[in-house]
Design a protein around this ligand. Structure first.
Ligand code: NAD
Length: 494
């Protein structure tokens, strides 16, 4: 991928996008559209349909009808596999186009988007396509006069609600296994990052997915998202986003058909550095990348640095040095390390968190301010705050921005208590050269994924899911398939 190819795509006009319902791109039923503002420079890129409740109902009805008529669910697994493999290939073939479109919409730096978005989405879809004809039912160990069979059936209609930080990667984590298991799907992308996902849905139809099996409805969460949550025709709801919305989805399920709800929520992940870390400068560099890439808008970001007191000052200086070397710049430039914050309100929220941290006694070592204002876009300098007390707002609440909270500790037990002292449990890391301590920490920290002597990079072969108020259920790996199947018992008297 070279800069010239990116620059050729960056200026291309973007046509208005409709929903995808029943295999066709359609406008909102009342004709309303929402402007799409680019966080790169604040300009209006295009419009997407502003969905109505009737639009969501139509998409769910299409999904339900296609599930009932078996046009996808009843196909031979090999046939479904072929379509999904073709879809993955098309995503790869259109990788640059998808990545640039996504970056113009959500502001992620292109170097990260190229890796994390189309490439990862294609790999995920391929992974579940390859898996789908290896999922067997079971024969139960019964007495001789009966036969107990356990069938694994698709759940029916899956509703997927996606956030704005990685629409393709996270979208594929849901759509890949859901479609592989024979379900029909309705997906609702985030208001501020719909475009690349809509284009990826279009490619699914190009790959031969039967009309109506995968539908996409854009619009406001409080309208179309709520309509999906309250629908009695959605069997399973899969969600990635904030805890506030996750709570609402549980309420919608309770008030409608008690659909299963799987939530991938936020985190305040502890990155724990002991003085015996093998290469402290590398640890500092990875620590900076682990919180500042994509302007901190990463669910597993290591947003709390817990550092052994004896190395606190030197280590914080090293992280600050690496942070300051990360160029905040044009998201479509290949040498930019940190792109734009997704929206003006998100930027303001980040700055408000820094102001609160200062008021609560934190010291801003670097950053703490908006930059590149002259572009009209939304940018923030990577920010490190030291002296963050364990109970302070910055130690307890997810910012979802480029802000690192630093707290020192003296002993292993204290590090564990600090690490576990929030409502979250999504990710974390321990840095040490002591193998026993590494294993002890992996066991002791309550979290879905624990890194050792690294941060991030876990691939699709391992699950990602939270504990506590970071969610339930997992994306990625074969374990994700469990969300998209029902177990049915056949008990047969012989
Ligand atoms: P959000 O909850 O505001 O929005 C997520 C989605 O929910 C959007 O599509 C939005 O339109 C929809 N939504 C909003 N209100 C709704 C409602 N009332 N009913 C139904 N749907 C509604 O979250 P966000 O700001 O887009 O994303 C950031 C959050 O996502 C952070 O908390 C981050 O940690 C989390 N996240 C988690 C993971 C993970 O794997 N655990 C991954 C990425 C992001």
């Amino acid at each position: 991928m070279d800069q010239a190819s990116i620059d050729a795509l960056r200026a291309a006009p973007v046509a208005a996008f409709g929903h995808w319902i029943n295999g066709a791109s359609v406008p909102a039923s009342d004709g309303q559209a929402m402007e799409v503002q680019s966080p790169i420079d604040g300009t209006v890129l295009t419009t997407v349909a502003r969905g109505t409740r009737a639009d969501m109902d139509a998409a769910i009805a299409a999904a339900r009808a296609t599930f009932e008529d078996g046009r996808w669910a009843s196909q031979a697994p090999a046939a479904r596999k072929k379509v999904l493999m073709r879809w993955a290939d098309l995503i790869d073939a259109h990788a640059l186009e998808l990545a640039v479109l996504g970056v113009r919409d959500n502001g992620t730096e292109i170097s990260m988007a190229l890796k994390a978005e189309p490439g990862s989405a294609a790999n995920t879809i391929r992974y579940y396509a390859e898996a789908l004809d290896k999922v067997y039912g079971e024969v139960a160990p019964t007495a001789g006069d009966v036969l107990g069979l356990i069938h694994k059936e698709p759940v029916g209609v899956v509703g997927a609600i996606i956030p704005w930080n990685f629409p393709l990667m996270i979208g594929a984590w849901k759509l890949g296994p859901a479609l592989a298991m024979g379900n029909s799907v309705v997906v609702k992308p985030a208001e501020t990052a719909s475009l690349s996902l809509l284009r990826m849905v279009e490619l699914a139809y190009e790959a031969g997915l039967p009309p109506g099996v995968l539908n996409a409805v854009t619009g406001e969460g409080a309208i179309v998202g709520e309509a999906m949550g309250l629908s009695i025709d959605v069997d399973v709801l899969v969600f990635t986003g904030s805890g506030t919305t996750g709570r609402r989805l549980l309420d919608y399920a309770a008030r409608s058909n008690m659909k299963r709800v799987y939530l991938e929520l936020g985190g305040k992940s502890p990155n724990i550095v002991f003085a015996d870390t093998p290469d402290l400068d590398n640890a500092a560099k990875v620590t900076a990348a682990g919180i500042f890439r994509n302007a901190g808008q990463v669910c597993v970001a290591g947003s709390r640095l817990l550092v052994e007191a004896s190395i606190h000052d030197d280590f914080v200086s090293a992280v600050a040095r690496h942070a300051e070397a990360m160029r905040v710049g044009d998201p479509l430039s290949l040498d930019t390390a940190i792109g734009a914050v997704n929206s003006a309100p998100q930027l303001q929220q980040n700055l408000d968190f820094v102001a609160t941290a200062r008021a609560e006694g934190g010291q801003v070592v670097t950053g703490g301010k908006q930059v590149r204002k002259e572009t009209g876009g939304f940018y923030m300098a990577p920010t490190i705050v030291t002296g963050v007390a364990p109970g302070a707002t910055l130690a307890q609440r997810e910012v979802f921005g480029p802000v690192l909270a630093v707290t020192p500790f003296d002993a292993e037990g204290e590090a564990v208590r600090l690490a576990n002292g929030t409502i979250y449990g999504l990710a974390g890391a321990v840095w040490t050269s002591n193998l026993s301590r590494a294993h002890r920490m992996v066991r002791a920290v309550r979290t879905g994924v624990m890194h050792v002597n690294t941060y991030g990079g876990a691939d699709g072969t391992v699950p990602l899911g939270g504990v506590g108020q970071s969610g339930n259920g997992s994306d990625k790996s074969l374990h994700a398939l469990e969300k998209y199947i029902n177990l049915k018992t056949a008990w047969i008297k012989l």
